[in-house]
Design a protein around this ligand. Structure first.
Ligand code: MG
Length: 202
């Protein structure tokens, strides 16, 4: 299983990062060891600026390569919620040196995943509400309608380069409002007004 993450897929987030808008989907990977297995997250020692990024997550249901946009709906059935934890200080350093971001993105437990996934038949893919609260205060609210690249386009694009396999996860990018966490914080993520992630920073 692999985890593919899309960067800068919401223009309001690209703007808050002072980043230009991508003309094609920007993607990077996290290994399967990045999946958090518990509901406790331990603040890593190597960063002083750990950021949350709440994202819709697509679960791939069928192996595929060179998938067309029209055929992309046949390759997923479920949408979940995730947090793409990012060591922003390390990412900034990598960006400045023109180096890959993996050190800032792919570390153990950096991919939080909801236990609940919604069947795509029961939701409007162009109007999925999601968000994140930090210590009870909403810090991020997003809607899939604001994605620069749609789920179908992302699947098609990635599959031109990389074979998608059953169980692969695609983190589809974060809306604006990313920010730091500290030990003791509580994060609560919602998907279509249902709480799907509850996480304590330890
Ligand atoms: Mg992200």
């Amino acid at each position: 299983m692999k985890i593919i993450c899309i960067g800068r897929n919401y223009s309001d987030h690209a703007k808050e990062m002072n980043a230009s808008l991508p003309t094609s989907p920007l993607f990077f990977f996290k290994p399967d060891t990045a999946i958090l297995k518990t509901r406790d997250f331990y603040y890593p020692e190597f960063t002083n600026d750990l950021h949350y990024e709440i994202e819709l997550v697509v679960k791939i249901s069928k192996v595929g390569k060179h998938i067309t946009v029209e055929n992309a709906p046949n390759y997923y059935n479920e949408i979940g919620l995730g947090i793409d934890f990012t060591a922003r200080d390390i990412q900034q350093e990598c960006k400045e040196k023109g180096l890959p971001w993996e050190k800032a993105k792919a570390f153990d437990n950096s991919a939080v995943l909801s236990a609940t996934f919604l069947n795509k038949k029961n939701i409007d893919l162009n109007n999925i509400n999601f968000g994140l609260a930090l210590n009870g205060e909403t810090v991020q609210s997003g809607n899939s309608c604001d994605m620069i690249f749609s789920i179908d386009y992302i699947i098609s694009y990635i599959s031109q380069f990389v074979t998608l396999k059953t169980g692969d996860l695609i983190y589809t990018g974060t809306p604006k409002g990313v920010g730091p966490v500290k030990i003791g914080d509580k994060l609560v993520g919602h998907l279509e007004n249902k709480v799907c992630i509850e996480l304590k920073i330890k």
